[in-house]
Design a protein around this ligand. Structure first.
Ligand code: ACO
Length: 354
């Protein structure tokens, strides 16, 4: 029996949630291209679209007030866990905090976990800085309230930029964390277990863990004169350039340009960091084309994610957890779509041992 290492090309589900067209660099989320959604449709409304007619009692009604209520409920429910989570790296702390939820909360699981992510993350990051957590404000938007819970205030331009980011990354087909969530959902383990598993899958640098290392790479390169030599050395050493390459996209990841536009709007009046990053990007693409002429490697979502989240004043070790704040909307929608499909996921292995 042939093995399908990496499961390339294996179709495990039909979905109405998104279409990732890797040949043409197009991402469609519930019928609309991503550049028509991010920055135009608030994250809460996009979440409602993702959940619509998949999650029980979700028929496209406004999610913002219900997510506000979920943030308040999560803050009360999870407060005892914040100090434990704050002792861990942010994504591990988030995984711990979400494990404190159950599927029998007063609010439905998809709202509870989506509301809990910004609440737990902001509280734990504040505790790490020696500051007391700030309670959520249910009247604010999801992105604005996260920035307020984290920094004490929420500048509207920054809140709009974060909102556009959350929408950009909310859903992206059968990626590793979403597949994980669907496998867990297929056992009927519930929304919380599926999302906790997805957070675990997101941690690795081949999936969601790349944006912090993108900044580490920019810092290590340091100066324009060092870009070429640094990239050559890294490729010579067999290292992967963070923020480049994708399993599905054979052209530029469409989300990279959406986020590049958001960063450019946020960093008005010229910015040496963005100029430098663009130069690194250009030289990296040229170096990758020479290094792997048979494998089209282009910019992925994580490159400009790193610059955007840095511009928002977020700590780089928390970038992957901020990604989870958006992606949880997609994960939860997939959980319910998987339940509708109904079959336990159970592939096979080939025994090659003694
Ligand atoms: N830098 C250098 N070489 C690369 C890169 C890269 N960024 N990406 C792929 N390659 C090389 C591999 O080393 C491999 O070479 P080999 O055939 O000599 O072993 C070849 O290109 C094919 O790579 P695969 O591992 O088969 O590609 P795969 O589809 O499995 O990997 C991945 C995709 C994991 C994203 C990869 O491109 C990578 O590691 N990129 C860097 C990390 C990164 O940016 N991660 C974020 C991904 S976006 C997201 O998930 C949200």
């Amino acid at each position: 029996m042939a093995t399908m290492s990496g499961l390339d090309g294996v179709v495990v589900a039909e979905t109405i949630l998104s279409d990732v067209d890797g040949e043409h660099g197009r991402l469609i989320v519930r019928g609309a291209p991503i550049d028509a959604l991010a920055g135009h449709v608030p994250f809460e409304d996009l979440a409602a679209r993702l959940w619509q007619d998949l999650v029980p009692d979700e028929h496209g009604q406004a999610a913002a007030p219900r997510l506000g209520a979920a943030r308040v409920a999560a803050f009360m429910r999870l407060a005892p866990l914040f100090p434990l989570g704050a002792a861990l790296p942010p994504l591990d702390g988030l995984r711990l905090a979400l494990s404190g939820l159950s599927d029998d909360e007063a609010l439905p699981g998809h709202l509870m976990v989506t509301g809990a992510v910004p609440v737990a993350l902001a509280a734990m990051l504040r505790l790490q800085r020696g500051e007391a957590p700030i309670a959520p404000d249910p009247t604010l938007g999801h992105a604005a309230d996260f920035l307020r819970m984290l920094h004490g205030t929420a500048d509207p331009a920054r809140a709009a930029a974060l909102d556009a980011y959350l929408a950009t990354v909310a859903e992206h087909g059968m990626n590793a964390s979403t597949f994980t969530a669907r496998v867990i959902a297929s056992t009927r383990a519930g929304v919380v277990a599926a999302v906790v598993g997805a957070v675990g899958a997101l941690k690795g640098p081949l999936h969601g863990g790349a944006p912090g290392p993108v900044l580490d790479m920019l810092d290590a390169i340091g100066t324009p004169a060092n870009i070429g030599p640094w990239l050559q050395q890294a490729l010579h050493d067999g290292d992967r350039l963070m923020g480049f390459g994708h399993r599905i996209y054979r052209v530029r990841d469409p989300r990279a340009d959406v986020l590049k536009g958001v960063v450019a709007r946020l960093r008005t009046g010229g910015d040496a960091r963005l100029d430098f990053a663009e130069q690194v990007e250009r030289e990296a693409l040229a170096a990758l084309a020479l290094h792997k002429p048979d494998r089209k490697l282009d910019t992925n979502v994580e490159f400009y994610t790193a610059l955007l989240l840095e511009a928002l004043g977020l700590p780089r070790e928390a970038f992957t957890a901020v990604f989870a704040m958006g992606r949880v909307a997609g994960w939860t929608a997939h959980v319910y779509e998987q339940l509708r499909e109904g079959r336990l996921m159970r592939p096979q292995s080939v025994y090659v041992g003694p």
